[in-house]
Design a protein around this ligand. Structure first.
Ligand code: HEM
Length: 211
């Protein structure tokens, strides 16, 4: 058992198998059409939420755990974080952000409201006043918040973390002041994303489930 749990790949495969078993039980009740659009929309929705958990989980790890704990870590131990843990976390963080965006846009496409959502349903109002349909408005605001967050990850946080942690040979000659400034910028945008993540999640869930 210890050997099994010690291997992350085995654990992920076991989780997937268990999920498939649950779907199989649901299938035995009938009415589940594996070839239908609704089923594949469901799979994409699940992949979207799993990617989102990977992304926002790591965002909250940085903000709720790593950053506040940093001042109490003895100076000689801090390099372990910057050299090993944070770079590995940043890999899953930025690709989690990418797959969340891709699956989210696919979902909006399958739901046939991608234009209505990203325009906050202004397209449906000939007077040019926004907000024809509340659920389009809500998912649209959520999608904008999340898309801004994705932009911050890929075009602000990641480049600045590469500078701050010397993860890219292109920044090898940066001085300590420039590295500290880059770390500060990455940290501020990470905080902005933490702020946006809260209303973003309210909107994501409201679109389909707000009464
Ligand atoms: C990056 C840009 C994003 C886009 C374009 C996007 C798009 C969407 C869309 C279109 C839906 C509606 C699904 C449906 O009800 O059919 C949705 C739902 C949802 N999204 Fe996102 N999303 C994004 C980011 C995120 C993030 C970062 C999370 C974090 C976990 C997230 C979590 C959710 C959740 C929990 C739902 C609700 C699923 C449900 O109620 O069934 N999304 N998203």
């Amino acid at each position: 058992m210890a050997a099994f749990l010690g291997n992350l790949r085995n654990v992920v495969i076991a989780g997937l198998v268990l999920a498939i078993l649950v779907i199989a039980v649901r299938f035995s009740y009938g009415g589940l059409d594996f070839a239908g659009e609704a089923f594949w929309a469901y799979i994409i929705r699940v992949l979207h939420v799993i990617s989102g958990v990977m992304w926002i989980g790591l965002l909250w790890y940085f903000n709720f755990v790593a950053t506040p704990t940093m001042p109490s870590i003895p100076a000689e131990l801090r390099p372990a974080l910057g050299k090993y843990i944070t770079p590995a976390a940043l890999f899953w963080f930025r690709w989690g952000a990418m797959s969340t965006l891709v699956f989210g846009i696919l979902l909006a496409g399958i739901n046939r409201y991608i234009v209505q959502a990203y325009t906050l349903d202004i397209v449906n109002d000939p007077t040019g006043k926004a907000f024809g349909t509340p659920s389009y408005l809500l998912i649209g605001i959520g999608m904008w918040f999340a898309t801004i967050m994705w932009f911050n990850v890929w075009f602000v946080i990641w480049p600045n973390q590469q500078k701050a942690l010397s993860l890219n040979p292109a920044y090898a000659n940066l001085d300590a002041a420039a590295r500290t400034a880059a770390g500060g910028t990455a940290g501020r945008f990470s905080r902005i994303n933490t702020l946006l993540s809260i209303p973003m999640l309210f909107c994501m869930v409201a679109a389909s489930h707000m009464p």
